[in-house]
Write a protein that binds this ligand. Structure first.
Ligand SMILES: [Ca+2]
Length: 369
């Protein structure tokens, strides 16, 4: 069986950061230009023991053919015969129109030689054709000989008699009848929520739009994850299972979540589908802005407090863990400057309310002239 995963992901994100002037500018393109579509196609082999690697003939049936280790094309074994005898395998009935390919490898060292092969159909008929193998292994693609208006139930291949002076030997290996399963293609078209900006003190219900672009119904899992981009540990994720008819669109909702602190966040969503090991992901940035209650936020490690500052702000280790990245946010939640432990010059800032964000702790700061 051949498995191929074709993956398409286009996402445009521009993230510029200029701190030299004391103001951070972050430009976010929140809308992915095209969906992440996961395509899984698979050709399925209808024959059993197609290369004779069980070391035995069944489920092939044959007249005089044996399994041989002398000249295998692939693996350890092939099938061989001396004389004009048949080997056949019958399969579950399959419309010939759905067959992707019928191929086999054959060689007949004693030249000149010919080889007949038969297609057996569900209406009881069969059609026989002849071709001419060479002394060395050669692959024959006989797909074009199929009668596409019928349904196939079996394949037969023959040896020969009356060639050159040597024994009338035929060797056969790696026979294959492949059908293509319906194309499976599902994609996250967009992340509907959260996007752009949400308020710190509101509850958000993540929603994504998913479409089945494929040719068959499909079952899949959709995952949504939310993270603060400065924090390596995502703090929310949820999974929804979907059954989607071909061509359908769905907008599943996920468990509601509440932001823990104001910051630039990222929401990611991907599809878990059998045959898709890569989990192609759509990502989208959004802002969590300080809400009304941000000044009163408390955490287990530090208590929110209002600090009045003139000119210099002395960042104390009691305020937060100085190993963390510490950022000063303005009232709208924009990062204004990065703070260092000790004295920070904030004389260039306009008077007003600011917030010091350190890891998961946000502290209110009042800057006066
Ligand atoms: Ca073999």
């Amino acid at each position: 069986m051949k498995l191929a995963a074709v993956l398409v992901l286009t996402l445009s994100v521009a993230l510029g950061n200029a701190v030299a002037t004391g103001r951070s500018v972050v430009t976010v393109d929140a809308n992915p230009a095209s969906p992440a579509v996961t395509v899984v196609t698979a050709d399925r082999e209808l024959l059993e023991n197609p290369g004779f690697e069980t070391g035995r003939l069944p489920p092939w049936t044959a007249s005089a053919w044996i399994v041989d280790t002398k000249y295998p094309h692939g693996g350890t074994y092939c099938a061989s015969v001396v004389g004009n005898h048949w080997i056949r395998q019958f399969i579950d009935t399959v419309p010939a129109a759905e067959i992707q390919s019928i191929t086999f490898w054959s060689r007949q060292p004693d030249q000149p030689a010919a080889q007949a092969f038969d297609f057996f159909y569900s209406d009881g008929s069969y059609e026989e054709f002849v071709h001419f193998p060479q002394p060395d292994w050669q692959q024959f693609d006989v797909t074009y000989r199929l009668n596409r208006s019928k349904s196939l139930v079996g394949l037969g291949i023959w040896g020969y008699s009356g060639g050159g002076p040597g024994p009338d030997s035929t060797f056969l290996d790696d026979v294959s009848i492949q059908v293509r399963d319906p194309r499976r293609a599902v994609g996250i078209v967009s992340i509907l929520s959260p996007r752009d900006t949400i308020s710190f003190d509101t509850t958000n219900t993540p929603r994504v739009q998913v479409r089945n672009f494929g040719e068959t119904s499909d079952s899949l899992l959709v995952v949504v994850m939310v993270e603060d981009i400065c924090d390596p540990n995502p703090y929310y994720w949820d999974t929804v299972g979907l059954f989607m008819p071909a061509g359908s669109t769905a907008s599943p909702e996920f468990e509601p979540w509440r932001p823990r602190w104001p910051a630039l966040h990222r929401v990611s969503s991907w599809i878990v589908l059998e045959g898709n090991a890569n989990h192609d992901t759509v990502r989208q940035f959004f802002w969590v802005r300080p809400g009304v209650g941000v000044a009163e936020q408390e955490s287990g490690t530090a208590r929110a407090q209002a600090t009045i500052v003139r000119g210099l702000f002395n960042l104390q280790s009691a305020t937060c863990n100085l190993q963390s990245t510490i950022v000063l946010l303005d009232a709208a939640g924009r990062a204004v400057m990065r703070l260092r432990p000790g004295a920070n010059d904030v004389r260039h800032l306009a008077p007003g309310v600011y917030y010091v964000r350190c890891g998961r702790v946000t502290t209110r700061l009042l800057v006066l002239r």
